[in-house]
Write a protein that binds this ligand. Structure first.
Ligand SMILES: Nc1ncnc2c1ncn2[C@@H]1O[C@H](COP(=O)(O)OP(=O)(O)OP(=O)(O)O)[C@@H](O)[C@H]1O
Ligand SMILES: [Mg+2]
Length: 616
């Protein structure tokens, strides 16, 4: 959603954008939408009516009346009633006007925020269904600011734009017509000022648009920086980088602030600047009116109404020009949102996918090549890997760090698709299977197990919501986690805290293993599943895993060779290739890389000190 969204800013023309806004969102709320426009029209008409009433009203009050008077050409009243009637009509009209405006605002708020909600839900759905490679290539802050801010910009464009636009255009037109009735030449003088005002507005509008764009970019940077600092708080503290990070974030905030202030300024200054023109017009009008009143051509009421209308028209014009800014900001945001919403995941199912039935599964990699696609292009990672795991077999992957072991594992649940070659499950290409049936058959324990901010029980049963308490406890026992869970303040109901922060690494790993036990899937993928455990619990968990592996196809990665020596087959992966394969004894006998690793580990040398043969 990051880069393409920004590059395609100009791709969709405005018309298409509006059409889509209508088709995807507004048309679902037709009644509310047209009612709000209808109410806007009423409010505009009532405003113009209120001012139009001023002329006859004031004239009626100021003229001496010898007998009964015609009031508004509707009925005849005694002159003494006028003093109550005129204010009464003004109050009635203004109440009607306020009610319409309030009703319209309430409708528009519901409609606008409803649309924001719709867009946010869709964005989240796109994110959760997006390819891993896309999510990896984009900063999470970009996504967060898009969900939080872009959708709201679109709403503002819609509320201010579509609805207030109608209202203000109507007011301006209505007022001009009403003014024309009072005094045509005067109205023409006023119209002369319009181009001047709109020129000023356009100039300020341009500046505020530019500022808004800058502010939006800095908002993304800011939210990324905030998240990164929270994630990396330990590194920041141990390296004493608090002040440096403060300075970094302060710089981002300052930059953002400068844009925001510039935008707010140009919006705020646009009013006063055009007021100068507006008041010059008012002055000209007063001068002309005084001259024409002295010749008896204009009444006091007409004059008062005219000035009132002039003010109102000025206000509406000012709002209209603000609208162009809001609209263009909103449309930029809409373009970005739509581009993000349109990205289809590349990892998809066929039209009629086969389903992988529950039961033993044999996995085979045929000549698999794979390259990560990153912002900097393709990174070739696997290079012709052939590998087979049959039901009941345990196959181990070992080799230097960065060799491609975790990558192989992530191809099996189709987190990524192979670049060439193929992977089959029971002879069926993974790409022909339905994603859910494939992933249902796989249990995965990763290098960095992730826990949700929920209870221990919920974390073990994640994905198996129907699991009973007994099943959860059984899985925890099998993962050697039951004891420590009982020791927690609320046992299985203890919340593990945000990102599982309140548990040790080994405890988290055992929860993840319990999750795998509960899933009871025929394919088991273990990526350093026991690396964070002490020797004793590793032995315990290993026994449990050995039981779990029975009858399943297990692919495990381990750095500690003691963990893999009993595997049916060991593949040594280096630089994206299988360089050796066989049983522990076979590989020791060939005295290759594996034999060297084994020798070094019996000296207790940590494997990471080995030269990295990938050259990375
Ligand atoms: N998401 C990614 N995008 C780009 N390159 C990646 C990505 N993940 C891994 N790589 C690269 O692919 C190569 C293989 O990584 P992989 O994680 O598969 O190694 P590994 O054998 O599991 O290493 P380790 O033993 O340290 O876990 C590395 O060079 C790594 O930099
Ligand atoms: Mg790895």
């Amino acid at each position: 959603m990051n880069s393409p969204a920004h590059h395609n800013d100009k791709d969709q023309p405005l018309g298409q954008l509006l059409k889509r806004l209508w088709r995807d969102y507004l048309s679902h709320h037709k009644v509310a939408f047209f009612s709000s426009i209808g109410l806007a029209i009423c409010a505009g008409a009532l405003t113009a009516g209120l001012l139009r009433f001023l002329e006859p009203a004031i004239d009626l009050l100021f003229q001496p009346h010898p007998g009964p008077v015609r009031f508004l050409n509707v009925f005849t009243v005694q002159p003494q009633w006028l003093i109550a009637l005129v204010p009464g009509v003004i109050i009635a009209l203004s109440i009607a006007r306020s009610l319409t405006m309030a009703g319209q605002a309430a409708l528009v708020n519901r409609l606008g925020h409803g649309i924001v909600g719709d867009i946010q839900k869709q964005l989240f759905s796109r994110m959760i269904n997006a390819d891993l490679s896309r999510l990896r290539n984009q900063h999470s802050g970009t996504f967060v600011s898009s969900v939080l801010f872009d959708a709201n910009l679109v709403r503002e464009a819609f509320t201010n734009g579509v609805v207030n636009y109608t209202q203000n255009v109507l007011i301006v037109v209505g007022v001009m017509v009403a003014m024309g009735f009072i005094d045509l030449p005067l109205t023409l003088i006023v119209l002369l000022g319009v181009p001047g005002v709109s020129l000023v507005m356009r100039k300020f509008g341009k500046r505020s648009r530019k500022a808004a764009k800058g502010a939006m970019a800095e908002t993304e940077v800011l939210s990324s920086a905030l998240m990164e600092n929270l994630d990396g708080v330990r590194v920041i503290k141990i390296e004493n980088r608090e002040q440096a990070e403060e300075a970094n974030v302060a710089a981002v905030i300052d930059r953002r602030q400068r844009h925001v202030i510039k935008g707010a300024d140009s919006r705020a200054f646009a009013g006063p600047a055009s007021d100068i023109i507006a008041y010059s017009i008012v002055a000209a009008v007063i001068g002309y009116a005084g001259w024409s009143a002295s010749k008896g051509q204009m009444s006091v009421g007409g004059f008062a109404a005219f000035i009132g209308m002039l003010m109102l028209a000025g206000q509406s014009l000012r709002q209209l020009s603000n609208l162009t800014t809001v609209m263009s900001e909103g449309m930029t945001a809409a373009r970005r949102l739509f581009t993000a919403l349109d990205i289809q995941p590349e990892i998809r199912e066929q039209a009629n996918p086969q389903s992988l039935p529950a039961g033993p599964v044999e996995i085979e990699l045929h000549n698999v090549e794979f390259a990560y696609s990153t912002a900097n292009g393709l990174v070739p990672t696997l290079n012709g890997v052939n590998l087979k795991v049959s039901p009941g077999e345990t196959v181990a992957l070992v080799g230097p760090s960065g060799g491609g072991k975790s990558t192989i594992l992530s191809l099996l649940p189709r987190f990524y698709d192979v670049t060439s070659g193929r992977i089959t499950a029971n002879g069926i290409d993974l790409r022909d299977l339905s994603l859910s049936s494939l992933r249902d058959q796989i249990a995965l324990v990763t290098q960095e197990p992730f826990l949700f901010d929920d209870t221990i029980a919920a974390n073990i049963a994640y994905g198996r919501e129907a699991a009973t308490e007994e099943q959860i406890i059984e899985a925890a026992r099998a993962a050697a986690a039951h004891e420590f869970i009982l020791g927690l303040p609320q046992g299985y109901q203890t919340r593990v805290g945000e990102a599982g922060a309140r548990l040790s690494g080994g405890q988290r790993q055992r929860i993840a293993i319990a999750r795998a036990f509960l899933k009871n899937a025929p394919i088991l993928l273990l990526d350093e599943a026991t690396s964070a455990l002490d020797t004793e619990s590793e032995a315990l968990v290993q026994q449990a895993l050995d039981r779990l592996m029975e009858g399943r196809a297990t692919l495990m990665i381990a750095h500690r060779l003691s963990t893999v020596r009993n595997a049916d087959r060991i593949y040594v992966i280096s630089a994206g290739k299988v360089i050796e394969q066989g049983t522990h004894d076979d590989l020791i006998a060939t005295s290759g890389l594996y034999a060297r690793l084994a020798r070094q580990q019996s000296l207790d040398a940590p494997m990471d000190l080995l030269p990295d043969e990938t050259g990375a």
